[in-house]
Design a protein around this ligand. Sequence first.
Ligand SMILES: Nc1ncnc2c1ncn2[C@@H]1O[C@H](COP(=O)(O)OP(=O)(O)OP(=O)(O)O)[C@@H](O)[C@H]1O
Ligand SMILES: [Mg+2]
Length: 385
Amino acid sequence: MSTPERPGGPDEQPLQVIGQLAGGIAHDFNNILGVIINYARFASGSLPPGSPAHDDIEEIRRAAERGVGLVRQLMILARREAGTAVVFDLNELISGLDGFLRSTIGAHIQVERRLREGLWPIADDPARIEQILINLAVNARDAMPGGGVLTFETENVEIGAGETLASPNVQPGRFVRLLVSDTGTGMDSEVAARAFEPMFTTKASGQGTGLGLATVYTIVTQSGGMIDLSSEPGLGTSVEIHLPAAEGGVAQATRPTQAAPAGRGESILITEDDIAVRRVAERILESAGYSVRSAGGGTEALDLLDDPSVEVDLLLADLVMPGMRGDDLARRAVAMRPGLNVLFMSGYSDQAPPTDLGPTAGRVDFIDKPFDAGTLLERLRELLA
Ligand SMILES: Nc1ncnc2c1ncn2[C@@H]1O[C@H](COP(=O)(O)OP(=O)(O)OP(=O)(O)O)[C@@H](O)[C@H]1O
Ligand SMILES: [Mg+2]
């Protein structure tokens, strides 16, 4: 393969503009997409099996999921999303992608994995690292319309001070090396030189937005890692990524998605100002066997909590609401009802979900918006266990 391109990285100026625009609409946009995704599921679930409308609804759901992915990439690019770091095993994350690869990549592409045993764990947000894997896999797929081989390789490497010189923000030390390569069309040197630019794409409109590699680049550099690209027209492309190994710490299992667990009649108080999102949450929880009360804002929720005849095991609250914020509501709620569990729903905002609500709080967690029924129910089960 040709000499590796050392990417200069995305230009900061347009990214700031993208960030401001995206930040302004991401919260509302995600609420809208969440409503579409969940109603598509409800509609599909109420159709007789074999109905031709299933496929149409599935297309609606998929388009909305693409929208969610796009917002996510914009927020990463705009550096508005920091993510939550845990220590985990990259090999496990790659293996867990099996189902995604089978459904997205297609049978004409063979997927190979050469994963080093005893790989050092990394400390990062698994969702962000998964985004890297997905973006690279999708690029590889697009580059191999006639089939080929997509390979994921991992290994441990120590990098000395001399080797990180080209990346002044990278500290020398122990790294996990990830290589994602394909046997596709490759890129000529002009395309390769621009590949990391945001909004640079050679794909037809609707097929690509040109944010994939820019997002990968941003995630890697924010993680203190390095990225290189090498490509040869007609032969293929490989992207080499070095992510810093975690200092100490034992890898936690990245959780595979399981069948949605049901409620056991526990009482949930939903507080959400967006009426469509509130209805979606009500419907998910009621059909899963929870007893549901809902409020359109903090004051209304506190009134309910003040009534001793209203049972509440868990408060499911939007973090960003006009009037009383979700965290203010939760602080007052746990003071009124010691032991109350709280699950915050958070879209993109500059406000991080609080983890400490004081000594009277029960368990506290948060869920990203938009959520689907499975994730919401899983999170509730964990909190109510
Ligand atoms: N594996 C690859 N093989 C060949 N060309 C690639 C590969 N990966 C990226 N490219 C080229 O780099 C361009 C930019 O890639 P990038 O992932 O940033 O955007 P995209 O794939 O066009 O759109 P998006 O990822 O936003 O859907 C692509 O349009 C393509 O020309
Ligand atoms: Mg792409």
